[in-house]
Design a protein around this ligand. Sequence first.
Ligand code: MLC
Ligand code: AMP
Length: 505
Amino acid sequence: MPNLYNRFVEAFAPRLGKPFIVRPDGSTITYADLHAATGRIAHLFVSMGIKPGDRIAMQVDKSAEGLLVYLATLRIGAIHLPLNPAYTARELDYFLRDAEPALFVCSPANEPVLGPLCREIGVPHAMTLGKAGDGSLLEAAGAMPADFATVDMASDELAAILYTSGTTGRSKGAMLTHDNLGSNAETLVDLWRFTRDDVLLHALPTFHTHGLFVATNIILLTGARMIFLPAFDLDAMIRLLPRCTTMMGVPTFYSRLLSRPEFTQELVKDVRLFVSGSAPLSAEVHREFSARTGHAILERYGMTETNMNSSNPYDGDRVPGSVGFPLPGVEIRITDAETATPLAQGEIGMIEVRGPNVFKGYWRMPEKTAEEKRADGFFITGDVGSFDERGYLFISGRQKDLIISGGLNVYPAEVEALIDEMAGVAECAVIGVPHPDLGEGVVAVIAARAPGSVEAQTVKAALTDTLASFKRPKLVYVVDELPRNAMGKIQKAELRKTYADSFAG
Ligand code: MLC
Ligand code: AMP
């Protein structure tokens, strides 16, 4: 039973003829289809020699079939490793060498570049999966039998590895167990009152915790259905929301919906729950949304390493600007970042989390795991916040040097390292400043070696092939020198003030 897939089967078995996925064109994948297709893919993987514990890495455009690959991976006891399609070949090179997958699945269009990369690195198998289910993977799986005995797993064995960048150096693979994912999804089903009658509008990417584990696992655990968009599409969302009972999104989804006059209370009269997370939802958007629709968005707080930690209540006040209460079974404490001493209610400090939701550790980086997990099992999130007198958690900042742009994380250190290497650059600082659509926008401030030695356009162009597009600075400023404090450290806070209005208006 601890295999997460078996938890799903228990929930959806009475619903085999019902849709799991409805595409915008009306076509469906029923639970019976899901079970048969994942059985075929599982047989294919086993026939290729893929074993429990092996990694199956995947960088594909969003598709329902991609979710079937995730589920088949679980069924054979292998480890799902999804990668953002925006990553460049340079970024992929690192992930493939670090994770040493047994199989890499890419989109057919990328095969000419990524097939040879896999051969060079020594990845044993490469297959393709296109947006429409085309490609070699499903073609080969089609010849396999549908019945497959899902492999038993211990609850602390790995189900997935999701890479997160770090404040220094290399990206780290967060290792998530079957129980991390299963326990968290079960808690959320109860807390957010999901039932088989729910219809979720799914417009998030499926390579991150939010769209993959929170949204999809909840639906699988209730035998409900999702209307599944192949990409973020505001027109389609407005068209489809009247058929939905619930939606999950990053704050940008909500501010974009509000930008449309046709987004009204009447349009969403059958929706019972809007959930926001992955980045701070501004109190202003929360209030405007309530005024427009009568719905208080339910904001929750999570991380790749911990799944979901806290949530505003289903019943009761959903407080703008707060991420709510610790989830049942999850402990959250606020500590002094230096001494690790727990702080009193109301005091601002490091947010630490402990519970069945917290990951097993970083892939092949025991020293990094030890740095971020305390001996008593609490994980140091890098987020800073406090509890109010009613027990609501407020996140007031981040101790980690991280930018969250449209719900996607950008670590300045990674971008700075690439810019610092460029000709004519003395040094640079990459900062996040307020962005009306994305929450924070990435800005690079560069000190030139000599007047005219570097140009903003050249820097932007040089990053095109090396860095995923969402990480690239939207604005580049070239200056004579960067502000420093008495210790000689670049003053990023000062730069954030100077460039605060860069995206205004
Ligand atoms: C796209 N672009 C972005 C961007 N998304 N730039 C900065 N930040 C982003 N988030 C760039 C593209 O590279 C492109 O650049 C241009 O913007 C237009 O691209 P697009 O694909 O048309 O953008 P769009 O579809 O509008 O996407 C925006 C978005 C998307 C906000 C809908 O980024 C999104 O779905 N974000 C959600 C991310 C997510 O799921 N996060 C959860 C992490 S899990 P160019 O230069 O090519 O024109 C987590 C834990 C938790 O954090 O608690 O949930
Ligand atoms: P990721 O590494 O992509 O999982 O991003 C996790 C980070 O997103 C957290 O450490 C927080 O900084 C941030 N985050 C997630 N949810 C929220 C939220 N509701 N409010 C503020 N920040 C959030």
